[in-house]
Design a protein around this ligand. Sequence first.
Ligand SMILES: Cc1ncc(COP(=O)(O)O)c(C=O)c1O
Length: 341
Amino acid sequence: MNNNIDWKNLSFAYLKTDYNVRCYYRNGKWGEVEVSSSENIEIHMASTCLHYGQEAFEGLKAFRGKDNKIRIFRMDENAKRLARSANGIMMAPVPVELFEKMALQVVELNKRFVPPYESGASLYLRPLLIGTEPRVGVAPSEEYLFVIFVTPVGPYFKEGFKLTNVAIMHNYDRAAPNGTGNIKIGGNYAASLKAGKIAKEKGYSAVLYLDSKEKKYIDECGPANFFGINKDGVYVTPESKSILPSITNMSLFQLAQDMGIKTERRPVKLEELGDFVEAGQCGTAAVISPVGRIDDLDTGISYEVSKGGEPGPISKKLYETLRGIQYGDIADKHNWVTIIE
Ligand SMILES: Cc1ncc(COP(=O)(O)O)c(C=O)c1O
């Protein structure tokens, strides 16, 4: 173990580790995996990733359990999503087996950076795929670099599972219905930076995006999916062509069903927010970040989506169950974790 890291006070930020792993796609095929201890990559200044946004990434975590074993959560789903992202912007997809092999290898190489169980922290894996061929005219690259680096990150909730508020702003869109919102590429995040900054300056934790065509339906919450528990006790989450299919949301949806909770994935009308008694943002970073109030900054309407000013019992139970599976405290009956001894 590394004794110089203050595990209990880690934030969600980059910290240097020992190694990263890299693989190059050239002449129509993926090469050998290379291990590097450099934090830099050398690319041509005319690379397509820099000019035409040929860039996709992923985010997943490895957790150290009470038994000291390390568990990576649903890496096959991240691998499949990266392949979909690659296909969406004409990049060479990374084969699922190559992604998984590199993810296991990079965690193994950086084992001493997987935080201890007691800290509630984890090791974040950031896979990155970029087009590296020089192009001055708009066209996809024929050469790619796939890198996975890791960094230890702190628990999202240092002071416990707390409510935050989110803002709706009708004049900002993150993605178009037939655009790239359903894949994880850098351009979507660039498009969300301005609205995100305005919301944060006003004291909100995120922007809750509406569908960009009609502004009638709920899309997602900045870098997380949105779900609510309605007054009938149903787990409701939006279906939309422009949101990223969250692996956390997919897992919570399954866990809710396991608990006997009714689940619905369908278009969710803005007015329906008034029916929710619990709501949350969900994603790899926080699992669930419970939402207290949603303010529509354009109409002035506010929705109190967590009754009583406290996170609701279903959100809490889902959060504890998913975290329990990730840390190995609860049986992994869906085979979601890959164990590294
Ligand atoms: C736009 C967006 N939506 C949702 C999510 C949550 O997805 P996941 O649960 O797979 O981390 C993320 C984070 O990856 C995201 O960036």
